[in-house]
Design a protein around this ligand. Structure first.
Ligand SMILES: [Fe+2]
Length: 243
């Protein structure tokens, strides 16, 4: 990591401490100056990466993390802000509210919010689920995985297969269904499981922007690597809180 990247990583760490690890998926007052150095006017902001860009090495490389977070996620935020500009009734909603009921959106911005609101939500959900925190699910999540799949490895096999089955860009998900049980789902593009009525518990981003620099066309290697960097402590905590 060169000096510029080190300083940037330190800046992000300081920003994270100041926000108490909360990632703002909803509103922030006024123009948003992001930690990534971009300025995006509008209610939605890019949450800082909750760890250094090289924290997931060697499984996810720092260059990919920079591009993925600073460029791709930032673009979803910018485009979402552009979509709600001139629609104060939309700009006052959280991104979860916007993408949970796409039919309620004006025709003129529905597709833009579906794609970019979904991209903002999915990535904001995703970043904190990665990192080095525990080696296995705990508590309610561990029980729910065992009840549905029989074991953690069986769930990982099914989620991996789902990730491999996505044609083109999209996501594979472990979701909580309305009855509280778990299921495996996939979504194309940046569609959110919220639109399907399911809360995500864990997701695998299988857009090529998530892995192509390091893994090229070897998606299976990337999916295997993904399971090396899941922050099970955080994922388990979030699952328990949403029970
Ligand atoms: Fe992504």
């Amino acid at each position: 990591m060169n000096r510029r990247l080190v300083l940037k990583a330190l800046g992000l760490s300081a920003g994270l401490a100041a926000t108490g690890h909360a990632f703002a998926m909803g509103q922030a007052a006024g123009a948003a100056e992001t930690k990534a150095g971009s300025v995006a006017g509008g209610p939605f902001t890019l949450p800082p990466l909750p760890y250094a860009y090289d924290a997931l090495e060697p499984y996810m490389d720092a260059t990919t993390m920079h591009l993925h977070h600073d460029k791709h996620h930032q673009a979803y935020v910018n485009n979402l802000n552009a979509a709600v500009a001139g629609h104060p009734e939309l700009a006052g909603k959280t991104v979860e509210q916007l993408i949970s009921d796409l039919n309620a959106l004006p025709d003129t911005v529905r597709t833009a919010i579906r794609n970019n609101g979904g991209g903002h939500y999915n990535h904001s959900f995703w970043w904190p689920t990665l990192g080095k925190g525990g080696s296995a699910p705990k508590g309610e999540l561990a029980k729910a995985i065992d009840a549905k799949f029989g074991s953690l490895s069986a769930m990982q096999d099914k989620l991996s297969s789902a990730a491999m089955s996505v044609f083109g860009s999209g996501w594979a998900w472990l979701v909580r269904q309305p009855d509280g049980t778990l299921a495996i789902e996939t979504t194309p593009n940046q569609d959110s499981t919220l639109t399907m009525g399911y809360k995500p518990a864990l997701g695998v981003d299988v857009w090529e922007h998530a892995y192509y620099l390091k893994y090229q066309n070897r998606r299976a290697e990337y999916v295997k690597a993904f399971f090396q960097v899941v922050n099970w402590d955080y994922v388990s905590e979030q699952f328990a809180q949403k029970a």
